[in-house]
Write a protein that binds this ligand. Structure first.
Ligand SMILES: C[S@@+](CC[C@H](N)C(=O)[O-])C[C@H]1O[C@@H](n2cnc3c(N)ncnc32)[C@H](O)[C@@H]1O
Length: 229
């Protein structure tokens, strides 16, 4: 099954829905703009409703949580888990919209990034990982996992010393989520894969993956990284 698409996540999800194709787990890191200072964490993100107005952004980031959330819900198997990474700016809207769609909010996990970003209201050191389920509750595989996940926020550099992606996530972090909420050979879906952290983590954890990325440059980097994993 392992498959990645250089396409719009909405188009791919529509195709999956048309074929009544389901996945076992969703682990996703949806797009949101960074600030002019380059902060992509919880000190800097913008509200979804402001997304088109200003800010240094990904080339593609104008997709609303309701649009992708409804499709994700249809694609996820009954009793499947869904992890969604976000910052405090989008937190309230994500929770409202996603629970209206039908997702049950289990709890919020914290990714403690190790590094701190200056801000007016406390320095920022974490991002949210919103943990949802569809249908009846199924416990995670390792109930001894704490809800604060401390994994250093290390960025991979290209040949010129630039980050390959400004919001690259650690593979180790994604593996914890994947291994807790799926079994070997099950299918993990990431509609906004960037440079491929969720797909690589799935591969290393012996899960199957489906990933989508609209930006051709990020897609090619993801393709290369997956080949080397
Ligand atoms: C927060 S980043 C994901 C980063 C990823 N976790 C990683 O480690 O590289 C979100 C990604 O979604 C992509 N994106 C934005 N709109 C999209 C769309 N409609 N379909 C697919 N990908 C999209 C952006 O180009 C961006 O790379």
């Amino acid at each position: 099954m392992n498959k990645i698409f250089n396409d719009n996540a909405i188009a791919i999800m529509d195709r999956m829905i048309a074929k009544d194709y389901k996945v076992d787990l969703v682990v996703t890191d949806p797009p949101y703009p960074t600030t002019s200072r380059g902060c992509a964490g919880n000190s800097g993100g913008m509200l979804q409703k402001d997304i088109n107005k200003k800010g240094k952004v990904f080339e593609n980031n104008d997709i609303h949580v309701k649009v992708w959330g409804e499709k994700l819900y249809q694609i996820l198997k009954e009793t499947g888990h869904c992890y969604i990474m976000t910052n405090h700016k989008n937190l309230q809207e994500y929770l409202n919209v996603l629970t209206d769609i039908g997702f049950h909010f289990i709890k919020s996990l914290i990714w403690d990034k190790g590094n701190k970003i200056m801000g007016q209201y406390y320095m920022s050191q974490f991002e949210y990982i919103l943990f949802f389920r569809k249908g009846a509750g199924v416990k995670i595989n390792n109930c001894g996992t704490a809800d604060i996940l401390s994994i250093p926020n290390k960025k991979t550099k290209d040949n010129e010393g630039k980050n390959i992606h400004d919001t690259e996530k650690p593979i180790e972090l994604m593996r914890i989520l994947i291994e807790n909420s799926s079994k070997e050979n099950e299918i993990v879906f990431e509609p906004f894969m960037g440079v491929g952290a969720t797909c690589i983590a799935s591969l290393l954890s012996n899960r199957q993956y489906i990933g989508v990325e609209l930006d051709e440059n990020y897609f090619k980097i993801a393709e290369e990284r997956i080949k080397k994993a």
